[in-house]
Design a protein around this ligand. Structure first.
Ligand SMILES: *Cc1c(COP(=O)(O)O)cnc(C)c1O
Length: 421
């Protein structure tokens, strides 16, 4: 179904229903041309609408000052909601289950405060071996804060010897084995290194069967693969907004809390005025009364300037639609995989699952040697991809702004790299 030709790639671009979205983004310039940008899994590109949107907030601040909370073009009092509305479809949640606040690791800590409530019997955390460092540090310090030893309290599920991916049956086996001691499962929905997408629904089900909580870090999933967090009964999830969501560096992140927990105002949490019922927030009375929804976990006032770009980008997601984005993404990444199989001059292994249902946009190329040099050669040729120790180049064509032409152009460049030079 794919062809190894520039003409084929151009035809695909012409018939791409999402082709106009590409023009809504700025591409970094390399060697006097648009770079081939496959790093949207690390930092998404800047939508052209961002600069005027920031200008708007600056103008409103200038003209309205404090009254901007009510009188700005986009009243600041409700700024979180401009972002949480479009996110509902992206993560498959109801409005009451979603909030936009803080950044990923901060949200992970806040939700672990609520959902990791260890007892002497049930205190273990199951996570993936080689999880993203921030997640490891968060869990390690949470475990210590509760007086447990990370050595015994953290169980890591690792790929089997000689393999790169985690087998789901091994996750289930640990859940069954640790059934009475397991407090929580925390996995990256997609592993940042291998690109492996986990079946969050069946893992959640297995966790619940033994009385454990299921939480997910969706940094590499949100805006990449459609989610149904509510239907899957996931307990909680957190994400950042600067990867596939293009919210800009340090953009405000998000959190999902299933309605069965979000409505429970007795659940332990760290409070602040923005999580309090709006009707009594300004009464300055004693006694924290959390909102009976995910927003009940908010602490501080809306970080308007850290949400402007996200708001602008989410409007593009709304017009594209997650289903259409996923359709294109599968095709685009499959095309990349097809072309990579024709590369003979450099030696690597694609460790990302072959089945498109077990991956998102990213392919991870494992190099047993010369990986860094090859990544440098790609960079010199105007390709932006990243290197992750110990041996992987990650390549992520983002369906919102990448084209089949980008993928083919990438192939042409790397097919001509001299790996012996
Ligand atoms: C990108 C990423 C993070 C980043 O966390 P911040 O708090 O936003 O810096 C955390 N976890 C995973 C899995 C990531 O991919």
């Amino acid at each position: 179904m794919f062809e190894l030709s520039r003409q084929f790639a151009e035809e695909q671009d012409q018939s791409d229903p999402l082709k106009t979205h590409r023009e809504q983004f700025y591409f970094p310039q390399r060697n006097g041309k648009d770079a081939i940008y496959f790093c949207g899994n690390s930092l998404g590109l800047q939508p052209k609408k961002v600069r005027p949107a920031i200008e708007q907030e600056l103008t409103d601040w200038q003209h309205h000052a404090v009254e901007g909370y009510w009188n700005a073009e986009n009243p600041w009092l409700y700024y979180q909601q401009y972002c949480s509305k479009p996110l509902i479809d992206i993560v498959g949640a109801s409005q009451e289950e979603l909030t936009v606040m803080n950044t990923l690791t901060v949200n992970l800590h806040l939700l672990l405060m609520s959902f990791y409530r260890p007892t002497k019997q049930r205190f273990k955390v199951l996570m993936e071996a080689g999880a993203f460092p921030s997640d490891q540090y968060a869990v390690e310090t949470q475990v210590r804060m509760h007086g447990f030893d990370p050595e015994t309290a953290i169980i890591e599920v690792a790929p089997r010897a000689g393999e790169y991916l985690i087998r789901e049956e091994d996750i289930f086996e640990i859940i069954a084995r640790e059934s009475s001691s397991l407090a929580i499962i925390l996995l990256g929905g997609i592993n940042y290194y291998t690109g492996q997408l986990f079946n969050m629904q069946s893992i959640t089900k297995a966790a619940h069967r033994v009385g454990a909580v299921a939480g997910f870090d969706l940094a590499h999933v949100v805006g990449n693969v459609p989610l149904k967090l509510h239907d899957w009964e996931v307990d909680f999830a957190v994400w950042c907004s600067y990867k596939y969501l293009n919210g800009g560096p340090g953009a405000v992140g998000g959190a999902f809390i299933h309605e069965r927990h979000a409505r429970d105002t007795n659940r332990q949490r760290l409070g602040g005025w923005w999580g309090n019922e709006e009707s009594t927030r300004f009464k300055m009375e004693k006694g924290f009364k959390p909102k009976s929804r995910a927003e009940g976990w908010q602490i501080s006032t809306a970080q308007v300037f850290n949400m402007v770009a996200l708001k602008a980008s989410l409007e593009l997601f709304e017009s594209a639609g997650m289903a259409a984005l996923r359709d294109k993404s599968i095709k685009l990444t499959n095309y990349l995989e097809f072309l990579l199989k024709h590369i003979e001059n450099i030696k690597f292994e694609i460790i990302t699952p072959k089945n498109c249902k077990e991956r998102g946009a990213q392919l991870s190329l494992l190099f047993h040697d010369k990986g860094r040099e090859i990544q440098q050669k790609m960079t010199d040729a105007g390709i932006i991809v990243d290197w992750r120790e110990p041996g992987v180049i990650r390549i992520s064509p983002a369906p919102l702004y990448n084209s089949y032409g980008d993928v083919f152009h990438f192939y042409e460049i790397i097919a001509n790299i001299d790996s012996n030079a």
